[in-house]
Write a protein that binds this ligand. Structure first.
Ligand SMILES: NC(=O)c1ccc[n+]([C@@H]2O[C@H](COP(=O)([O-])OP(=O)(O)OC[C@H]3O[C@@H](n4cnc5c(N)ncnc54)[C@H](O)[C@@H]3O)[C@@H](O)[C@H]2O)c1
Length: 244
C-alpha cells in the first residue's frame, strides 16, 4: 500500500532520480523533487502533481527546507531518496583542482549526510520509513578514472552500513543503491569509451527496478549492486577478521 505516501528525491530533476520519481508517481506516491536544475525539476513536478524545491544538497538548510516542503505540503515523509551526485572532473595529480574536489565531496557525501539529518526527524514522526542513498559501484570497486568519486561513494556505502543498524530499532531502514554505468547525463564524458570497449551500460529502468527491490525488501544497512545482466541484490562483504 503506497498510495498517499510521500517521497523526497534529491537530484530528482534528471536521470535516475527523475525515472524513480515517475515510477513512484505511478504507484500513487506524492513527490518532492529537490535539485539545482529548477527548469527540468519544475516541469517534472508539475507533470507528476508533486512539488519542486530548489535545493543545493551542499547546504544543510536546503535539505531541511526540502523535508519541510514534504511535511508542510503533503503531511509527512516516508522515503528520502538521497540521489544527487556528480563526477569530480579532476584527479589527484597535475589535474587536481581544490574547488572541484570540494564540490564533488560536498554534493556526493555532505549532501547525503545533510539529507539524512534533515529526514530522520520526519521519518521518526511517521513511525519509520526509508532512506535510500545513491552510491555507486564506484563505492564497491576500484575507480582509477575518478579516485575522488570512488572515495566519496565508498564513504556513502560506509555511512549507510553504519546507519542501518543504528536506526533499525525505530523502523527506519537505510540502504545504498550502487549502479554500474547507467545511461544518464553524468555518463556523457565516458560513454564513447565504454561503447568502443563494448562495456555494457545499464538502462535507467534497470536502476529503477533495483531501487524498487530495495524499497520492497526488509534489509537495512545494505549496499545493493546494480550490474548489467545480473539480478540486483545486497553486496555481501567479507567479514573482517576480529581480534584473536
Ligand atoms: N549514471 C551512472 O552511470 C551512475 C552510476 C553510479 C551512480 N550514479 C549516481 O546516480 C546519481 C544520479 O545521477 P544520474 O546518473 O541520474 O545523473 P544526472 O546527471 O542525470 O542526475 C544528477 C542530478 O543531480 C543534480 N545535482 C547536481 N548537483 C546538485 C546539487 N548540488 N544539489 C542538488 N542536486 C544536484 C543534477 O541537477 C541532476 O538532476 C548520482 O549520485 C550519481 O553519482 C550514476
Amino acid at each position: 500500500m503506497t498510495a498517499g505516501r510521500v517521497a523526497l528525491i534529491t537530484g530528482g530533476s534528471n536521470g535516475i532520480g527523475a525515472a524513480v520519481a515517475r515510477r513512484l508517481a505511478e504507484d500513487g506516491w506524492r513527490l518532492v523533487l529537490a535539485d539545482v536544475d529548477a527548469e527540468r525539476g519544475t516541469a517534472l513536478a508539475a507533470e507528476l502533481e508533486g512539488a519542486f524545491v530548489r535545493c543545493d544538497v551542499r547546504e544543510p538548510a536546503d535539505s531541511a527546507a526540502a523535508v519541510a516542503a514534504a511535511v508542510d505540503g503533503f503531511g509527512g515523509l516516508d522515503l528520502a531518496f538521497l540521489n544527487a551526485g556528480v563526477a569530480s572532473g579532476c584527479g589527484l595529480d597535475a589535474d587536481f583542482d581544490p574547488e572541484k574536489y570540494r564540490r564533488a565531496m560536498g554534493i556526493n557525501l555532505d549532501g547525503v549526510v545533510y539529507g539524512v539529518r534533515a529526514a530522520l526527524p520526519a521519518l521518526r514522526a511517521r513511525g519509520g520509513g526509508d532512506i535510500i542513498a545513491t552510491a555507486s559501484m564506484a563505492g564497491l570497486t576500484a575507480t582509477p578514472f575518478d579516485p575522488i568519486y570512488g572515495a566519496n561513494k565508498a564513504a556513502v556505502v560506509g555511512l549507510v552500513r553504519a546507519l542501518g543498524p543504528a536506526h533499525a530499532g525505530e523502523g527506519i531502514r537505510v540502504n545504498a543503491l550502487c549502479p554500474s554505468f547507467a545511461d544518464t547525463d553524468i555518463l556523457v564524458p565516458l560513454k564513447a569509451h565504454l561503447e568502443e570497449t563494448n562495456f555494457p551500460i545499464l538502462q535507467v529502468g534497470d536502476v529503477v527496478a533495483a531501487f524498487l527491490g530495495i524499497l520492497d525488501g526488509d534489509d537495512t544497512g545494505e549496499a545493493w549492486f546494480v550490474v548489467p545482466g545480473r539480478e540486483s541484490g545486497p553486496f555481501k562483504f567479507r567479514g573482517v577478521p576480529g581480534p584473536r
